[in-house]
Structures are given as C-alpha cells and as structure tokens.
Ligand binder design. Structure first.
Ligand code: FAD
Length: 276
C-alpha cells in the first residue's frame, strides 16, 4: 500500500551546503513527493535562503511549500513577503509562530500562529494551501494538553487546510491526538512528521529543544551503541520503518520526512515501506 510523502529541508548556509542539498533533492525526487518544504528561521533570519531554495525546487518542477514564521514580524513585512512568495508561484505555506532565541522579547504584531493564518487568509484569500504545526505530545509551552488542542483547533478555524506534526516516536500519541481533535469537530488531515534517526547526539539535542519524547528504551539502546554509527543507523531504520508502517496501517493520510538535508535514511525507510 503506497502513501503520499513530502520532504522537509532547511536552507543551506554555504555554497557547498547548497550543492549537497541539490543532490539530496535529486535523489529524493525519485520518490515523487507531493511537495517539498523549506524551513524559515524565526524573525525572518533565513528569508533569503528559504525563498531561494523554494525557488530552486519550483524550477526543478516540484511543488514547494515555504515555512513562514511570524514571531516578531509586523503586518507590513508579512504582507511584503507573501507578495514575494505569490510572485514566485508558491501555492503552499507552513504557517508558524516560530521561536525567537532566548533574550528576545516576542514583540511584533502576531502572537500565535492562528493570528498569522487569519492574516494570510484575509490578505490572500485562497491563494495558498495553509499547513500548520500539530503536537501529538503537546507543545512545550502549552498551559495544558487541553489548551494545546484548543489552540490547534483555533488555527484550523482561522483557515488552515491541513497539519504536519512535530516528530514523535509513540504512534499512540498521534492516534490519540487525531481522535481528540475529531471530537472537537476538526476534520483537516494531520500528517505525521518523521525524523529518521542518524545520530544519537543530534536527536537528543533536538528532542530536548522541541519537547519530543524519546522513549526510554530507544534512548538506552542509542546510548548503548556509543560511537558505532552503523548500528545507530541500522537500529534507527528498523524503529522508524516500524513506526511509519503502524501510522500508515492506522490511517495516517501521508508521511512528512524531516530529511535534515540528507537522502540516505529517508530513502531507505521509503524503500522498506514501499518496495517496488
Ligand atoms: P502556535 O500554534 O502559535 O502555538 C505556540 C504555543 O502557544 C503553544 O503552546 C500553544 O498551545 C499556545 N497558544 C496558541 N494559541 C494560543 C492562545 N490563543 N492562547 C494561549 N496560548 C496559545 N520553527 C521555525 O522557526 N521555523 C520553521 O520553519 C519551523 N517549521 C516547523 C514545522 C513543523 C511541522 C513543526 C511541527 C514545527 C516547526 N517549527 C518551526 C517550530 C515552531 O515554530 C515551534 O514549535 C513554535 O514554538 C510554535 O509554533 P506554532 O506555529 O506551533 O505556534
């Protein structure tokens, strides 16, 4: 059984990074993604790199989504950036609040992603398909799990068409989240975000920052492998393929891969999930 897939990249910082990402994209296009998305540094810090990477993807004949974060932004800058994206032919956005580095006040004219979604709809009507973020294991700053569900529902009421989740390792958290939002009358597709495991230090660092829980048994197994990267990768492929399989069998509408600008692990998971 096949399932639609999409890939996420971050904007490269160097010419070598850009070359490597071009090769990664070419390798991954073989799996015919629905779209490829490019992250956007909070405060617009990567705007140029984000938009130029999105442009390259469009020129390569693939649908591209620009992430778009609003923390610290004014309505006037957001309006200008939306204009640029429309002129480039972008039809899909991932609308986010974003996180400013600690020490920066929130400032700006948008408080939550729901404000951004409402603004995009008011300014551009149906010009964009709008994705928003979802947190099956609850956003780290949420007042409570219930408040986070309500905040998610507010983003959809503001005009979001679909959602991509933060990565997670516990399929039950995803299924529960989907059940809970359906009970609130929210019907949009919620696509699980999958982070292939390629390095345990990187995974621990990201997970601490974004509140994704690494189950104790996975953490211990990874620690046990030490510097043995081949074993980490092989274990990571088994765990993530099994997770994707379970999500697909349970009705996930698609799978979004956080590729970290690398093709290897993502390609292998797809190959195992969908052998020709
Ligand atoms: P929101 O939906 O606004 O939620 C933020 C917090 O506020 C939550 O705790 C929520 O419960 C709470 N909240 C929302 N509305 C209300 C309300 N009305 N009253 C009280 N509380 C409320 N970050 C980047 O900087 N760039 C990226 O490109 C990027 N891409 C991402 C892609 C995906 C798929 C995901 C899952 C995350 C991504 N992030 C990115 C990270 C994201 O910016 C952070 O997780 C950020 O902390 C929250 O963004 P949000 O859009 O989910 O915020």
């Amino acid at each position: 059984m096949n399932i639609p897939i999409s890939f996420e990249f971050f904007p490269p910082k160097t010419p070598e990074g850009a070359d490597k990402l071009r090769l990664t994209r070419q390798a991954l296009y073989a799996h015919r993604p629905e779209f490829c998305s490019v992250t956007f540094g909070a405060g617009g810090s990567t705007q140029e790199g984000t938009f130029s990477t999105v442009k390259s993807i469009l020129e390569e004949g693939v649908a591209a989504a620009s992430h778009f974060s609003c923390v610290g932004a004014t309505k006037s800058t957001v309006r200008d950036q939306l204009g640029l994206l429309r002129a480039m032919g972008v039809k899909r956005l991932v609308a986010l609040r974003g996180d400013l580095p600690s020490g920066y006040g929130m400032g700006g004219e948008f408080h939550y992603a729901s404000d951004l979604v409402a603004f995009i709809r008011a300014e551009t009507g149906d010009a964009f398909h709008i994705e928003v973020a979802a947190y099956p294991e609850v956003h780290p700053q949420a007042k409570s799990a219930e408040a986070d569900l309500q905040a998610f529902a507010a983003k959809v009421r503001a005009g979001a068409d679909s959602a991509i989740t933060q990565y997670f390792f516990n399929a039950d958290a995803y299924f529960r989240f989907v059940d809970d939002i359906r009970r609130l009358g929210v019907e949009v597709p919620v696509v699980p975000g999958i982070m292939p495991i390629t390095s345990s230090t990187q995974l621990m660092r990201f997970s601490d920052a974004c509140g994704a829980e690494i189950p104790r048994w996975i953490r211990l197994r990874l620690q046990g492998f030490g510097d043995d990267t081949a074993s980490i990768k092989s274990f990571g492929l088994d765990v993530m393929t099994a997770l994707c399989d379970r999500l697909r069998a349970g009705g996930a509408p698609a799978i979004h891969f956080y590729t970290m600008n690398q093709a290897g692990a993502t390609t292998e998971i797809i190959r195992r999930l969908m052998p020709d």
